[in-house]
Design a protein around this ligand. Structure first.
Ligand code: FAD
Length: 308
């Protein structure tokens, strides 16, 4: 119930104004977001890479409504990729992109063109792009754009959400050689007609989807903070003989950093998803919806000041 209320608020500009001006907000944002500027993102990335983690960077922003905003987002990614490459941070760091930030809501072709430019820049920088998945009304369009991008940039990553009833079937479709697929539980408020509603059902779906991806020919990216899902992931890696070059764990910046370090210390590939930029509201609200009582609890606390 509380999760639904927070997720509904994540799309309200009135609540956004209230949250943005609340006194404690800055500290909470700092725990989950690397900073506003590209330099902040680079600094956080350097710290994580020095600690043996891989990174995927997300320039915050979604649901763009004008071509100018979409182009500005594209240009920020092009700048970021140049800077990452110049700093020697590729291929350890890649980028995550939301098609809605590139124009998907009003012009799918524009979103594709923008995403294509980002894929080309990532390719030139020696790294990859993953297309974040948003609410279920965008799933078909996002997978369609993914298919087009993969023709020229086969390493473009997909995201599938275990809470959607369709996802087991999507996992089967995408478990082919060279296919990078991030499996997450899903962060949006979705109706019963398309999505499992209970934690138990979502978790069971996550395990079924993980089994398909880990036994398939692609490159699974297990995005979860859930100790049970991580333990099952470790088990499947042993069972299907997948070493650190054949799958990875992914977690969000500021969430369970000790667990990220533990897994990396055990030799797994672990990638931290690092958001940066001014438009933190929707992202932060989704994190609060996942853990309303205490979003910055000790196990979920980021370094107070990210290294360097
Ligand atoms: C790298 C990455 C990329 C993602 N990309 C997308 C995307 O493109 N689209 C999308 O819809 N969603 C995305 N998500 C979000 C995802 O869908 C979930 O909403 C989110 O990860 C929470 O689910 P969970 O698997 O961590 O477990 P949950 O079911 O939220 O929690 C299960 C257990 O995990 C542990 N845990 C969870 N959160 C914390 C915390 N803050 N501190 C300490 N322990 C915690 C607790 O033990 C908890 O009981 C992404 C997540 C990650 C990690």
């Amino acid at each position: 119930m509380l999760r639904s209320v927070i997720l509904a608020a994540s799309r309200s500009s009135q609540v956004e104004r209230l949250v943005a001006t609340a006194p404690y907000t800055r500290d909470v944002v700092r725990r989950f977001v690397a900073g506003a500027a590209t330099d902040d993102a680079l600094r956080a990335t350097r710290g994580l890479v020095d600690d043996g983690l891989a990174v995927t960077l997300d320039h915050l922003g979604e649901d763009t409504v004008t071509p100018e905003q979409a182009t500005a987002t594209r240009d920020e990614y092009l700048r970021l990729l140049k800077m990452l490459s110049g700093a020697g941070l590729t291929p350890a760091a890649e980028v995550s992109v939301k098609l809605s930030a590139l124009g998907q809501m009003f012009d799918e072709q524009l979103a594709y063109d923008n995403a294509r430019a980002i894929c080309a820049a990532a390719d030139a920088a020696g790294t990859t792009v993953t297309l974040d998945m948003e609410d279920h009304t965008t799933t078909d369009s996002t997978l369609e754009v993914l298919g087009r991008l993969r023709k020229d940039f086969p390493s473009t990553g997909a995201v599938l959400q275990a809470y959607l009833r369709r996802t087991e079937s999507d996992c089967r479709e995408l478990a082919y050689a060279g296919s990078r697929v991030r499996l997450c539980k899903g962060a949006y408020k979705e109706p019963e007609s398309v999505a499992y509603q209970s934690t138990r059902e979502v978790d069971k779906s996550y395990v079924r989807c993980m089994n398909i991806l880990m036994s398939g020919d692609g490159y699974p990216m297990l995005a979860t903070h859930d100790p049970r899902m991580i333990a099952i992931g470790e088990d499947r890696a042993r069972w299907f003989d997948r070493g650190p070059e054949r799958f990875e764990f992914q977690m969000l910046y500021g969430i369970r950093p000790e667990e990220q370090a533990r897994l990396a210390g055990e030799g797994y590939t672990v990638r931290t998803y690092v958001p940066y930029g001014d438009e933190w509201y929707g992202y932060l609200m989704r994190r609060l919806a996942e853990r309303p009582a205490n979003p910055g609890s000790s196990s979920g606390r980021a370094r107070e000041s990210p290294k360097k």
